[in-house]
Design a protein around this ligand. Structure first.
Ligand SMILES: [Ca+2]
Length: 327
C-alpha cells in the first residue's frame, strides 16, 4: 500500500489535534461528572455565562472558591456555562429541562497533612468551600462550613432545627453545617483565642422575606472561655447596611434557658425570648431566636431579630449567618 504525502500530513495533523485537544471522555474525566444531565438549576447559582469549551467552563468555575459544581452544554450554541455553590444537585431540585447539558464537580485539592485549624487555612491549602473537618486542638475536631476564608458558626434559613436548647448544646454545637446549625461556643472560643496574637473579624449576613440582604462587619471578635460564660469580646462595628445591633452586647456573657447570665435581675431573657444569646436586659439582636415563617414577629424582638436593619421591633428575618476569619 502506497501512503501519499497528503495522507501522512493528515495523520500527523490528526495526532497533533488529538494530543492537543482531549476527547470528550478524557475531558469529562478531568472533572467528576455526576449522573445529572439535561437540566439546569437555580440552586446556589453563582454565575451564568458562556464558555468555548468544557475546560474553559471549569476554569471559570475554579476562579470562584465557592464554585463547587458547574453545568456545561456543548451541544447548543452559545455554549452555556453555569457555576453553583452547592455539591448536591438532583432532579428533585428546581430545574429547567436543557438537552445536552451535563453537571460536573470541581475536585477539592486540600494539600496532605493534618486537618486545617480553620477555613482560612483550608483555603490557603487549596480547599474549596463547603463542609469541612477542622482541627480545633490536637484532640478536638469539629465539622464546620467554610464560606471561602470565613468559618461559618451559625445559620438560620428554614426553621428546620430547634434553637431552643440548653447550655450543653450551645457549648458543644448542634444542627447540620449544610443547613441550620450552631457550631458550638467551645469550638469558637478555641478557634478565636489562639496562643498567637492573631485577631479575627466577624461578619453577620441577614436576609428578609422579600429577598433583600444586609450585612454587618465587626473587628476584635472572639469568645472568652467557659469560666467567663463565653463572654463576647468587645466587638467593634466596622461597616454594613444591617447597622450595629451587636456592639451593645460586647463583654456580655452567654445565656441559655438553663443558665441565666443576663443582667435582667428578676427574669431570664432566654426563657422570655427563646433560644440563647449574649443577653443584656435583653437585646438589640437575637439571631438564635424562635423561627417564624413570615416577616412579622408575634412579640417585640421575639424571633430571629436584628433591630438596626429594619428599625422595627416586630420584623422577623428569614436568613441569618455568622462567621469569622483572621484579619
Ligand atoms: Ca436574669
Amino acid at each position: 500500500m502506497k501512503v501519499s504525502l497528503t495522507d501522512l500530513i493528515l495523520v500527523v495533523l490528526w495526532a497533533v489535534f488529538k494530543i492537543a485537544r482531549p476527547s470528550e471522555t478524557q475531558e469529562d474525566n478531568l472533572f467528576r461528572r455526576t449522573a445529572v444531565k439535561d437540566a439546569i438549576f437555580t440552586k446556589g447559582l453563582l454565575f451564568q455565562d458562556t464558555a468555548r469549551s468544557l475546560v474553559g467552563c471549569a476554569r471559570k468555575c475554579a476562579t470562584f472558591k465557592c464554585c463547587l459544581t458547574f453545568t456545561f452544554n456543548k451541544v447548543n450554541l452559545p455554549r452555556s456555562c453555569r457555576g453553583h455553590s452547592t455539591w448536591n444537585m438532583t432532579l428533585e431540585d428546581n430545574h429547567t429541562h436543557s438537552p445536552g447539558t451535563k453537571l460536573f464537580a470541581i475536585e477539592d485539592k486540600l494539600t496532605p497533612g493534618p486537618l486545617p485549624a480553620d477555613c482560612a487555612e483550608a483555603m490557603q491549602r487549596g480547599a474549596r468551600c463547603g463542609v469541612r473537618q477542622l482541627r480545633v486542638t490536637p484532640h478536638f475536631n469539629v465539622t464546620a462550613y467554610c464560606d471561602d476564608d470565613w468559618t461559618v458558626f451559625q445559620r438560620r434559613q428554614d426553621g428546620s432545627v430547634d434553637f431552643s436548647r440548653g447550655w450543653e448544646d450551645y457549648k458543644n454545637g448542634f444542627g447540620d453545617p449544610t443547613g441550620e446549625f450552631w457550631l458550638g461556643l467551645e469550638a469558637v472560643h478555641q478557634m478565636t483565642t489562639p496562643p498567637s496574637d492573631r485577631s479575627y473579624e466577624l461578619r453577620v449576613d441577614l436576609g428578609d422575606w422579600d429577598g433583600d440582604t444586609a450585612y454587618a462587619n465587626y473587628s476584635n471578635f472572639f469568645i472568652n472561655s467557659e469560666s467567663s460564660n463565653y463572654r463576647l469580646s468587645v466587638v467593634t462595628f466596622q461597616e454594613g447596611n444591617a447597622g450595629d445591633s451587636l456592639g451593645k452586647h460586647s463583654y456580655i456573657p452567654f445565656s441559655t434557658k438553663d443558665a441565666d447570665n443576663d443582667i435582667a435581675a428578676n427574669e431570664s431573657c432566654a426563657i422570655m425570648y427563646g433560644g440563647a444569646w449574649w443577653f443584656l436586659d435583653c437585646h438589640d439582636s437575637h439571631l438564635n431566636g424562635p423561627y417564624w415563617f413570615n416577616s412579622t414577629l408575634p412579640g417585640d424582638g421575639l424571633g430571629v431579630f436584628w433591630f438596626d436593619w429594619k428599625k422595627d421591633l416586630r420584623h422577623s428575618l428569614k436568613f441569618a449567618e455568622m462567621k469569622f476569619r483572621p484579619v
